[in-house]
Write a protein that binds this ligand. Structure first.
Ligand code: XMP
Length: 516
């Protein structure tokens, strides 16, 4: 796939190994400027070749004096490209250009009051004399390199910001990319638009137009196949490819029968009826259920479902004539692997697809430059419904990991009905979308109850609802008691075989979001 930077003014974020590089790239894109993350040791020649509109040096976990501390090719400062360094990036700039970065024993972590000392400075233009910023450092710049003006300080850090407009070099010790820095995004915009002169042209319409052009160039008149799951990423891939190449695209929807209520119908309605995409709907519930019969181990369930998916998919794919490409919903965060190593690496996804003997398609990954929020925005712009674009994370193995014990058609039907009530009720209450994920779980136990004059011996439904930012950690959602009561009543009245409802009050850790 051709790179975006060939058409877009691009900001390169040099990754010094902090978790902040991705955040910086996202903030730059929020300012409507395309950005990419590159390893910190990128050469000056490579940068010249790529002709970025500006560079940002990220923060980093290391001390500039630590053995093996990441450095950059110092010729980069002389390229004439505007550079903005944050935290570690600022210390490196100071050190490389002859400033003083003394070791200090006093670090500065968290909120600090930023005091602007030079109202006439360029980077902090419009920032009030005092405001809040976010610091996270031990070493700091004692004296800036010759030619630099110190533009701001905090109580602990004498050089909180410095600049040499003549050489187009700017830096802050604080982190403008984090939301805690009050005027952070304004500072980033000032750098991008006013200092580097980059127009705000990275819009959703632009993203779509450019991707469409690239896909057309790449694919020509070949046929493309796409595995559609109903999830956000594969749905946006399908809609985008359809915009680009129309009926050269065929989507295969492997319906394993483990989806939520009405979900399969919605996929078919959206893609076949609304978009008029050539859609192969493989109704494979029976096939999956027979493979899963009696299987209770969660990992075995996942393995069976994953393997069967590719089996079914390739059975269909290989019946289609002249398919050369397989479209995949790889996103930008999948492509960058920052990890503990300082260099951003490209992961190979090509190995992940278990092509059967003698079968091969080239991969096309039209979302691989985009962050998740951009993918959602693209999806909406292309006319995908909110139920798909704003969908909660839903495991690939579907309801199989929400039914504890073996899976049967009957249990699936029960869970689907209860889960639909939970989604309807919490969805109506959570207008601000404060809950990250909510769903029902059907455990493999029964308990005694009484309904009317009858003794019952039925299953419970467990309601799981969590608040989270990224699914790495989560807290159980503090749902109002009335809402819990309403769900409990409805589930017991409307779903046969359920005589008890429990609410899971476990955070992650120690629990996980899913039950299996
Ligand atoms: P856990 O349960 O580990 O889940 O706290 C974290 C996030 O990952 C989702 N999840 C899965 N997604 N296949 C998936 O595609 C899976 O097997 C799977 N298991 C968990 C889960 O819904 C949550 O958003």
């Amino acid at each position: 796939m051709a790179d975006y930077h060939e058409q877009q003014p691009t900001v390169l974020v040099l990754d010094f190994g902090a978790q902040y590089a991705q955040l910086i790239a996202r903030r730059v894109r929020e300012a409507r400027v395309y950005s990419e993350i590159v390893p910190h040791d990128i050469s000056a020649e490579e940068i010249e070749r790529r002709q970025p509109a500006a560079l940002i040096l990220s923060g980093g976990p290391a001390s500039v004096y630590a053995p093996g501390a990441p450095r950059l090719d110092a010729r980069i400062y002389d390229l004439g490209v505007p550079i903005l360094g944050f935290c570690y990036g600022m210390q490196l700039m100071a050190l490389d250009l002859g400033g003083d970065v003394p070791h200090t024993d006093v670090g500065e972590y968290g909120f600090a009051e930023l005091v602007v000392m030079e109202p006439e400075c360029r980077l902090l233009e419009g920032v009030p004399e005092t405001s809040q910023c976010w610091m996270s450092h031990r070493d700091s710049v004692g004296a800036p390199p010759a030619g630099f003006l110190v533009t701001a300080r905090t109580a602990i850090t004498p050089v909180a910001s410095m600049e040499d407009p003549g050489r187009k070099l700017y830096a802050t010790q604080f982190h403008p990319e984090v939301a805690h820095t009050e005027f952070g995004q304004q500072i980033i915009r000032t750098f991008l638009h006013d200092i580097a002169g980059i127009p705000a042209v990275w819009t959703m319409v632009n993203i779509i137009d450019e991707t469409v052009t690239m896909v057309r160039e790449q694919v020509g008149t070949d046929r493309v196949i796409c595995a559609l799951s109903g999830g956000v990423d594969s749905s946006v891939v399908a809609a985008l490819l359809h915009r680009a190449i129309g009926d050269q695209l065929t989507c295969v929807f492997v319906d394993h029968g483990l989806l939520r209520l009405n979900e399969a119908e919605q996929v078919v309605r959206t893609f076949r009826d609304q978009f008029h995409i050539d859609l192969v709907h493989v109704e494979a519930e029976e096939r999956y259920l027979s493979l899963l019969a009696g299987v209770t181990d969660p990992e075995q369930k996942r393995r069976i479902i994953g393997e069967e998916f590719w089996q079914v998919f390739f059975e269909e794919a290989t019946t289609l004539e002249g398919v050369k490409w397989l479209a995949q919903g790889t996103l930008y965060p999948d492509v960058i692997e920052s990890g503990n190593k300082t260099a951003a690496k490209i992961k190979s996804h090509h190995n992940l697809i278990p092509f059967p003997e003698g079968v091969h398609f080239d991969l096309i990954e039209p979302l691989k430059a985009l962050f998740k929020d951009e993918v959602r925005a693209v999806g909406s712009e292309l006319g995908l419904p909110d139920e798909i674009v704003q969908r909660q994370p839903f495991p690939g193995p579907g309801l199989a990991v929400r039914i504890i014990g073996d899976i049967t058609h009957e249990k699936l039907e029960t869970l689907r009905l209860a889960d639909a009530i939970i989604r309807e009720e919490i969805g109506a209450w959570d207008t601000q979308r404060s809950v990250w994920q909510y769903f029902g779980v059907l455990p493999d136990i029964r308990s005694v109850g009484v309904m009317g004059d009858e003794r019952t011996y039925g299953h419970p439904i467990i309601i799981r609802a969590v608040a989270s930012a990224d699914a790495m950690t989560a807290d159980w959602a503090r749902l109002p008691h009335d809402l819990l009561a309403k769900m409990s009543n409805r589930i017991i009245n409307e779903v046969e075989g359920i005589n008890r409802v429990a609410y899971d009050i476990t955070s992650k850790p120690p629990g996980t979001i899913e039950w299996e």
